[in-house]
Design a binder for this molecule. Structure first.
Ligand code: SF4
Length: 485
């Protein structure tokens, strides 16, 4: 995890623990630190925040820390998505988390083994520590960030949209304190000549006027550079004019599919090439106001069929030349989204080790309209097209600030690595019977290709990975639903 993407919640927990009178060590793991060295001292309790991709690392670390006498707790997206699995490796596993939930755990602070305790707040917290309160932890991260140092802020939780694959679709939308937002921006203007702020809102600007109004009150036009994720439906031309005036430099809308989710892209029932044309025009208009745009897509949705979704995306690359397309493969993260229950009922979820569940390295839902080799062939085709020499040059030329156009070139290198990786997977699908058997759900034995990669990535912590922790039950959500009904 790059230091600039360090999340807010671990910093909030660090603040809450200090407020309860504890001495706190905060560490953002970026992949470089030697975790075994970092935890030489004795800790009473360690809170780990992890995405599913980091689950095996978190499990190994918890095992190591427990061997030294610490009590361990897991929070973040993995804990929300796979609580039953995580409870086998942690004393506490958090669902939604607020200050009271943390206080209760601190007061108990005892071992719960072999199965931990599942702690769930009723809802998201109504308030989170602001930048001023989190500053000493933020500062520690920024020290490790490269030239551009991004401060994480959040103005809202949840989302009013209902994209069925999204963890935020079931969390009610809630605007956080605008007064705190203003205070934090003023605080940052004292700390930096020109601060950079990354908004962690799932969908920035749902209450657009209130939110931008607060920014305008606190910060003179253009005094702060902002980065945010927002829906196309919120990015109308009048809104873009205000965003530009206020220094928004990077925006990341989700297009997701050429056939559905028209409400969030404001394309209504339009689908196929009609949607490509309308969305591309909209994206080009956005980029005349905001210099850097990442457009997010999901491949493998049940509405996708044949080569068309991939070919349409190539047309998008041709027309919206400056946009950086980010492709995800359909992934069902445990119980994070309502749609996952349907996939589990249909027995379409594969038990890929969590380590590969980052929407790029594995697709854990069996596609309904493609064979695996067919899907990978199309996927590789669209990635190759996106990172062709011509497309890279087009993107470079379409963006004015040199730092941002160079960032696109660097990201293209990552894309080229992805072509190599997916081509290897396709080769194995076509030529390795045992590898293919895992994808076809004929066996749950994890192919050596994946085991080797986890071992390599965990390094010395591989030795601490608890037995069986590479495996999880892909239908645990469904089972827990049946048990509770
Ligand atoms: S608009 Fe974005 S944040 Fe909101 S539910 Fe859809 S994917 Fe999630």
């Amino acid at each position: 995890m790059y230091a600039n993407f360090a999340n807010i919640m671990p910093q909030a927990i660090a603040v809450w623990c200090e407020e309860e009178g504890h001495d706190v060590k905060y560490l953002c793991y970026r992949g470089f630190e030697n975790l075994a060295d970092e935890f030489q001292d004795h800790y009473d309790i360690v809170f780990i925040g992890a995405y599913t991709q980091c689950a095996q690392l978190a499990y190994a670390l918890s095992n190591l820390l427990r061997s030294k006498g610490a009590v361990t707790a897991l929070g973040g997206p993995h804990a929300r998505s796979y609580p039953q699995d995580a409870l086998r490796y942690f004393d506490y596993v958090f669902g939604l988390t607020d200050r009271d939930a943390i206080r209760d755990v601190l007061q108990d602070s005892s071992q719960h083994r072999p199965i931990g305790v599942h702690i769930k707040a009723k809802q998201q917290p109504s308030t989170l520590p602001g930048v001023r309160e989190r500053w000493k932890f933020i500062e520690q991260n920024l020290h490790n960030a490269p030239v551009v140092k991004i401060v994480p802020m959040i103005g809202s939780l949840g989302c009013p949209y209902t994209c069925s694959f999204c963890i935020d679709s079931v969390v009610p939308y809630q605007q956080l304190s605008l007064e705190m937002m203003k205070e934090d921006l003023r605080f940052l203007l004292q700390k930096f000549k020109k601060p950079h702020v990354g908004w962690f809102d799932p969908n920035f600007g749902v209450r657009f006027d209130e939110c931008i109004g607060a920014i305008e009150e606190a910060a003179p036009f253009g005094s702060i550079d902002f980065y945010a994720e927002s829906s196309l439906s919120l990015l109308s031309e009048p809104h873009l004019k205000r965003l530009k005036r206020n220094g928004f430099k990077v925006i990341m809308p989700g297009i997701e599919s050429w056939y559905e989710m028209g409400n969030k892209s404001k394309t209504g029932k339009k689908g196929g090439m009609d949607k490509v044309l309308q969305v591309s025009e909209h994206i080009n208009m956005i980029m005349s106001y905001i210099p850097y745009l990442q457009a997010n897509f999901v491949f493998g949705l049940d509405v996708d069929e044949g080569p068309e979704p991939f070919e349409l995306t190539k047309r998008f690359v041709d027309i919206a030349q400056g946009a950086f397309p980010a492709y995800s493969m359909l992934s069902a993260f445990g119980e994070s989204a309502p749609l996952n229950l349907e996939y589990q009922q249909a027995n379409r979820v594969l038990p890929f080790p969590f380590h590969f569940l980052n929407t790029q390295q594995a697709m854990n839902v069996k596609p309904s309209n493609y064979s695996w080799p067919e899907f990978y062939k199309h996927l590789i085709g669209v990635i190759e097209y996106t990172y062709s020499r011509r497309a890279i040059i087009n993107r470079f030329r379409a963006i004015k600030p040199i730092l941002l156009s160079c960032m696109n070139v660097l990201r293209a290198l990552h894309g080229i690595g992805r072509i190599k990786y997916q081509s290897r997977v396709l080769h194995l699908l076509n030529n390795d019977r045992r590898f293919r058997a895992f994808f076809e759900q004929e066996t749950t034995e994890i192919p050596q290709f994946y085991v080797d990669r986890v071992r390599n990535d965990l390094g010395p912590l591989w030795e601490w990975l608890p037995e069986g922790a590479l495996y999880h039950h892909p239908n645990a959500y469904l089972i827990s639903q049946k048990e509770s009904s």
